[in-house]
Design a protein around this ligand. Structure first.
Ligand code: BDR
Ligand code: CA
Length: 334
C-alpha cells in the first residue's frame, strides 16, 4: 500500500490488516494529506494500535515531482488522523526509500504484488523511472485518484491526489499505455468514491460488532455529532478519526457523512469483483490555466490510443460497508 495517511487512508490500511487473505509486504508513505515523515509516523503508529507484527514502512519523497508540496490538515486534522491522537511509535522507518521498496518487491515477487495507491502518485512515478517493467511485474494496481464525469474536490475539476502531484499521475498513466488488458490499473475516482458515504449508523454497527460500548449520535446539536467513548481502542480510534471527516464534509455542505475513498480502493484491490469497470484512455492535463491537474478519460478511442485504465463505474456500497464493518469489527475483537 502506498498512502498519505490521512483519515481514510488509515481506514484503508486497517481494512487490509483486518483482511485474512491479504499479506501486507510493504507500506510506502507519500507526501500528500500531511508531509511524508508524518505519514510514515502515522502508518507506524497504526501498526502499534492493532499490535501488528513487524512490517516495513518506507518513507517517500518529501515533495511532488515538479511543484512544491501542498498538504491539507483542514481535511484530515493536525496529525492527519482527525481528532484521534496516536502516540509515537518505537518502530522505525525502513532504510530504503518508498520507490526503492516498490521496485525491490516487484522484482522479488514478479506477478504477485498488488499495488494499492491511495495518495499522490509520486513514489510510484519514481519507481517507474527506476524500473520501467513495473507494469508487467505487478499482479494488479489499484489507484484512488481522479475525477472524470464528476466535479473535483480540490478545484472545480481536480481530485486531491492528482492535484498534489499531476506530473506523477501523468507519468504513471503514460507508463501503462502499452499494458495488456489484464495489467491495466483499476481507477477508483471521485465519480465512484463519493457514492460511498459512511454515516454515523455505520460506526454504531461497527461498535456493536466489536462488542464495544455504543457509539451515540447526538442529534440535538447542530451539526449533529458522534459521541466517542468507545471502550475498544480500535473502535475509539475509528470514531475519533471519522468524526473529524464527518465535521469536514458537513462544513462543505455534503452532509454529516464521510466519503470512503481509500477503504473502497483497498476493498477493490483485494476483490476487483466489487467493482464494475470500463476501459478508457486516461491522461492528465498539465498546462491548462483553469484545468491543470484535471484527469481526462477518453472512453471512445477518440485519441486513437489504447486504453491504459479500467475506471470503476459502478459498485454496491452496501456490500462494501458489510465488508468494512464485518472485517474491522471482528478485527477489533481480537
Ligand atoms: C483523496 O484525497 C485524500 O484527501 C483522501 O485521503 C483520498 O485519498 C480523495 O480525493
Ligand atoms: Ca489518501
Amino acid at each position: 500500500m502506498d498512502n498519505d495517511t490521512g483519515i481514510d487512508d488509515a481506514l484503508g490500511l486497517l481494512y487490509l490488516l483486518a483482511s485474512p487473505e491479504a499479506e501486507i509486504v510493504g507500506i510506502a508513505s507519500t507526501a500528500g494529506n500531511v508531509p511524508a515523515p508524518q505519514v510514515a509516523a502515522n502508518n507506524l503508529a497504526l501498526l502499534d494500535l492493532v499490535r501488528a507484527p513487524e512490517l516495513e514502512v518506507a518513507q517517500g519523497a518529501l515533495a511532488p515531482l515538479a511543484i512544491p508540496l501542498r498538504t491539507t490538515e483542514d481535511t484530515h486534522g493536525p496529525q492527519g488522523v482527525g481528532y484521534a491522537e496516536l502516540p509515537p511509535s518505537s518502530r522505525t522507518v525502513s532504510e530504503r526509500s518508498a520507490a526503492q521498496m516498490w521496485v525491490d518487491l516487484a522484482r522479488a515477487h514478479p506477478g504477485e504484488i498488488i499495488g494499492l495507491c491511495t495518495g499522490p502518485l509520486t513514489n510510484l512515478a519514481l519507481a517507474l523511472r527506476m524500473e520501467p517493467q513495473l507494469p508487467q511485474l505487478l499482479r494488479r494496481l489499484v489507484i484512488m485518484g481522479g475525477a472524470f464525469n464528476h466535479p473535483g474536490n480540490t478545484t472545480p475539476t481536480n481530485e486531491w491526489n492528482v492535484h498534489v502531484d499531476p506530473e506523477a499521475a501523468k507519468e504513471v498513466f503514460d507508463a501503462f499505455s502499452a499494458a495488456p488488458a489484464d495489467r491495466r490499473p483499476i481507477v477508483c475516482a471521485l465519480d465512484i468514491t463519493e457514492t460511498i458515504e459512511m454515516k454515523p449508523p455505520h460506526l454504531a454497527l461497527l461498535a456493536e460488532r466489536a462488542g464495544s460500548t455504543p457509539v451515540e449520535l447526538v442529534t440535538e446539536d447542530d451539526p449533529p455529532h458522534v459521541r466517542s467513548a468507545a471502550s475498544n481502542p480500535l473502535v475509539r480510534f475509528l470514531t475519533d478519526a471519522v468524526r473529524f471527516y464527518f465535521d469536514f464534509h458537513k462544513l462543505y455542505d455534503q452532509g454529516y457523512l464521510a466519503h470512503m475513498h481509500d477503504p473502497f480502493a483497498a476493498a477493490v484491490a483485494l476483490d476487483p469483483d466489487l467493482a464494475v469497470t470500463k476501459p478508457a484512455t486516461v491522461d492528465v492535463e498539465l498546462t491548462g490555466t483553469l484545468t491543470r491537474a484535471t484527469t481526462v478519460a477518453d472512453w471512445a478511442g477518440m485519441w486513437g490510443r489504447e486504453p491504459n485504465a479500467d475506471i470503476v463505474v459502478a459498485t454496491s456500497p452496501e456490500q462494501f460497508f458489510e465488508r468494512l464493518i464485518g472485517r474491522l469489527g471482528d478485527y477489533a475483537l481480537t
